[in-house]
Design a protein around this ligand. Structure first.
Ligand SMILES: Cc1cc2nc3c(=O)[nH]c(=O)nc-3n(C[C@H](O)[C@H](O)[C@H](O)COP(=O)(O)OP(=O)(O)OC[C@H]3O[C@@H](n4cnc5c(N)ncnc54)[C@H](O)[C@@H]3O)c2cc1C
Length: 325
């Protein structure tokens, strides 16, 4: 992944909670290309972990993806926040950022091959990668439909430009406008097994689409999603002990930390990438104990077997977990 120093060239208020931020190369030159779904990792002062922000491309001409003169982000101010979105909202023209990327964990598949209408579903700030997908599909001449869910039109970023770019392909569903509502189960009922579905938004939205896809036996390869959130503690989470059999270390995992956090604090150097339970890079073999799987990586059969665990997000049902690490 390229390491870049970028300059903030513009910031704009999109909605009361969303700001778009335009970044250019410090030397004003062309930036590395990217494909729809890609994000940047941005170093936040005072934070050990970078924050990821998807690249937004609304109109999608060839140059915007292949020889970009600028990157655009859309950042929602989170509350509570450990600082990432607050820092991003405080940026002003002329500020510089240390950035890695672009990286793409959420690419469009078979963009030219399959003529079925592609279904794009965005919830809230999940519109950022989905908007770029709509632009890329339009440029490729591929049929698509974009369902954009939000609390109210006033809170939905990029709405006017999306409407201008995509016309009837854009379907807006605002909670405060009964006339526009389409319950998710009704939307999912309209989708056939040959279609590809891309979804980005709150965990509840993604979980609902995954559940429905399982109920309807959609092929796994046709459902694509990206979750913006890292592991967050859930009500009822409790501490447990983890033994690393190879190194002989025994560590306590408190309720508000992940196994990965605790391993890093103990000076271990575990492999990981996404920290969201999506990529499988941090998978470890379970020798004893019962994992509490919270990932999106394992199949149902693998979860039931309980032989492996994604240590960036999953926890333990048993008081002690022994891992082959
Ligand atoms: C691939 C990827 C792409 C992304 N793209 C975008 C994008 O385009 N735009 C965008 O705005 N964001 C995007 N994000 C999210 C972004 O990286 C940050 O996570 C986000 O800005 C919040 O960071 P923060 O430090 O402000 O808040 P954090 O402290 O990380 O908190 C974020 C939210 O998590 C929840 N939370 C945090 N701590 C707890 C807790 N202890 N218990 C319960 N809930 C908790 C809260 O709801 C909180 O508001 C993306 C994330 C990923 C992984």
């Amino acid at each position: 992944m390229a390491k870049l120093t970028l300059t903030v060239s513009d910031t704009r208020v999109e909605t009361p909670m969303i700001r778009s931020i335009t970044l250019t190369a410090a030397d004003g030159g062309t930036l590395p290309p990217f494909a729809a779904g890609a994000h940047l990792k941005i170093r936040i002062p005072g934070q050990s972990e970078p924050r990821c922000y998807s690249l937004v491309c609304l109109d999608g001409d060839e140059a915007a993806f292949n020889t970009p003169s600028a990157y655009r982000l859309g950042v929602r101010l989170e509350d509570p926040s450990t600082g990432g979105s607050q820092f991003m909202h405080g940026l002003q023209a002329g500020d510089t950022l240390e950035v890695e990327g672009p990286k793409n964990d959420f690419p469009l598949h078979d963009i030219h091959a399959n003529e079925q209408t592609v279904v794009l579903i965005a919830g809230g700030i999940g519109i950022t990668p989905i908007a770029s997908m709509a632009a890329a599909l339009k440029r490729a001449g591929r049929p698509f439909i974009l369902h954009y869910y939000g609390r109210s039109r006033e809170q939905m970023g990029f709405l006017q430009t999306l409407a201008e770019c995509h016309g009837d392909a854009l379907h807006v569903h605002a909670d405060d406008d009964a006339g526009t509502q389409l319950p998710l189960p009704d939307l999912l009922d309209q989708i056939n097994q040959k279609q590809h579905v891309y979804v980005c938004g709150p965990k509840g939205l993604i979980d609902a689409v995954i559940e429905q896809s399982r109920n309807k036996s959609w092929p796994n390869a046709h459902l694509h999603f990206e979750l913006f959130a890292n592991a967050a503690p859930q009500f009822g989470d409790r501490a447990f002990e983890v033994e690393l059999r190879q190194s002989g270390k025994v560590l306590q995992v408190p309720a508000d930390k992940t196994i990965l956090d605790v391993l890093e604090e103990a000076g271990c150097d575990p492999l990981y990438d996404c920290r969201r339970g999506e990529c499988g890079v941090c998978q470890a073999t379970v020798l004893e104990g019962t994992p509490d799987h919270r990932d999106y990586y394992l199949s149902d059969a693998e979860r039931d077997a309980g032989d492996v665990i994604q240590i960036c997000i999953s926890r333990s049902h048993s008081d002690r977990l022994v891992l082959d690490l």
